[in-house]
Design a binder for this molecule. Structure first.
Ligand code: FO1
Length: 307
């Protein structure tokens, strides 16, 4: 079964890791968000692609959620001592990947080509494609002003309420090679349990990706990132409350209106399913606390397709 997953960073990476344990990794294509990308200290960082790469290669720091396990921070300490930019924490091991990627981009290689090479170097069978090779950046409008995603998320600790989002470049950006082909030949489309506004919306802001999803002939299943109306980590619940008016499964499904057939929701949300309309609920335990829990969640999402 060919599967395409639209994914953001931390939650999406955990989900994809579970998915490739229960499905053939070579049949899985992950389309990753690049709206969070940034240039810092002269390197290009693609946090969501890297979270997925590290999770698939078992190199990730499971507790922190981003970056690599057994990380050291010597380069960053030196940067700080020398008065450089150290607000965005790049570990020594992580930095190696950013150097390789940045050099390739500077040579003129598209992000999708570099990413495919990184995937291969790490010995992965799963395809990881950035949603676009073009520049796409998420901007967050708050009462304190407009910030790039990482300024808001990391530098300001996502403390500001979000009034609106803007995906710079999305109107003219085209999907990276392979994205539409993978979506069109998939047997199942999945939306990972990522923040609908900052992780999935930048991918859906590409008109061609949204159109491909809207005209799908195969099931599309989203996994809710909320448990009991609360985000496991991060600002998804606050954003849904403010921007959608609530944190029920229906509010999550509303972010994907016309684009999904089923929504995987946690048992804790099973009492609030009456307004889901055409979207079929799949109820399970969704907390990805360990490998077994991740695999169970992936199996629940796969269950939407008859074997
Ligand atoms: N998140 C933080 O909260 N603080 C950081 O300093 C930070 C650094 C960082 C470096 C590389 C990387 O791949 C991810 C990093 N993240 C950091 C996570 C990242 O900002 C977000 O989790 C994603 O962009 C949201 O999906």
């Amino acid at each position: 079964m060919r599967i395409v997953v639209l994914s953001g960073g931390v939650g999406g990476a955990r989900f994809v890791r579970g998915l490739v344990d229960v499905a053939d990794p070579a049949q899985v294509t992950v389309v990753g968000n690049v709206g969070d990308d940034l240039e810092v200290l002269g390197v290009h960082v693609s946090p969501d692609l890297d979270s997925i790469l590290y999770a698939l290669a078992d190199l990730n720091d499971d507790e922190r959620g981003w970056g690599r396990a057994h990380e050291t921070w010597n380069a960053l300490t030196t940067v700080g001592e020398l008065g450089g930019e150290s607000w965005f924490r790049l570990g020594d091991r992580d930095l190696g990947l950013h150097l390789v990627r940045t050099q390739a981009l500077q040579r003129g290689e598209p992000l999708s080509v570099v990413t495919a090479r990184l995937t291969k170097s790490l010995g992965l069978e799963t395809r990881l494609i950035p949603a676009t090779d073009d520049r796409l950046r998420t901007w967050i409008t708050t009462p304190a002003g407009e910030f790039t995603f990482q300024e808001w998320f990391v530098a300001r600790g996502h403390r500001d309420e979000v009034d609106a989002l803007r995906f710079e470049g999305a109107d003219t950006a085209t999907p990276a090679p392979g994205v539409l082909e993978a979506m069109e030949s998939a047997d199942l489309l999945l939306v990972a349990p990522s923040n609908p506004y900052v992780s999935i919306a930048p991918i859906l802001a590409l008109p061609k990706v949204r159109e491909a999803l809207a005209r799908r002939r195969v099931p599309c299943v989203a996994v809710s990132p909320l448990i009991g109306g609360r985000a496991v980590k991060g600002p998804a619940d606050r954003m849904l409350a403010r921007l959608a008016g609530g944190t029920s499964p229906a509010h999550v499904a509303g972010c994907y209106s016309g684009l999904i057939d089923a929504l995987v929701v946690d048992e804790a949300d099973a009492g609030a399913l009456d307004t889901l309309g055409d979207v079929r609920p799949i109820i399970t335990r969704t907390l990805m606390s360990d490998g077994d829990a991740r695999r169970r969640l992936a199996e629940a999402a796969l269950g939407a397709v008859p074997a």
